[in-house]
Design a protein around this ligand. Structure first.
Ligand code: TYD
Length: 140
């Protein structure tokens, strides 16, 4: 499958008014395709660290830089691309089995992550060679 058909860049409505901004992300197929089971956020990273460096066998994710900006490199074993997250109304949807690196965090970056599953270390692939082996097995 082509990489551009795997990830999605989504834009969410801003329901803000003169009091300020308000962005809503509803799960279960409303704004994003999955039911949200877990939320985490990453901040205090900088432009020298690379986070992620793994693929998930099961979990779908939605990444939003609710503050600041960062970049996400996505790799499907054949193609790769970089998405810059730099506004609170923009989300990057990632299905399972994509390799991802997050990097180039601005000092004020707050990267919010919504996930379709609870944390389970067993569904993480942290070795790129293992990832490539599993991807090739899948597409046979
Ligand atoms: P890690 O996977 O290295 O974070 P990133 O995706 O940003 O590279 O996670 C750091 C530590 O936190 C690691 O020991 C696993 C743990 N962790 C949880 O316990 N639950 C979670 O939901 C996440 C994302 C990480």
């Amino acid at each position: 499958m082509k990489l551009e058909d795997q990830y999605k860049i989504l834009y969410f409505k801003d329901l803000g008014d003169e009091r300020g901004n308000l962005i809503v992300i509803e799960g279960e197929g409303m704004d994003i395709p999955f039911d949200i089971k877990r939320v985490f956020y990453i901040y205090g990273s900088d432009d020298k660290v690379v986070r992620g460096q793994h693929a998930n066998r099961e979990t779908e994710f939605l990444l939003v830089n609710v503050g600041g900006k960062s970049k996400v490199r996505i790799d499907n074993g054949t193609e790769e691309t970089v998405v810059e997250l730099d506004r609170p109304g923009m989300g990057l949807y990632l299905p399972p089995m994509l390799w991802k690196d997050m990097y180039d965090f601005s000092p004020d970056s707050i990267l919010l992550v919504l996930a379709s599953r609870h944390y389970d270390d067993r569904e993480y692939i942290r070795n790129y060679e293992t990832y490539l082996r599993e991807i090739k097995g899948e597409t046979k």
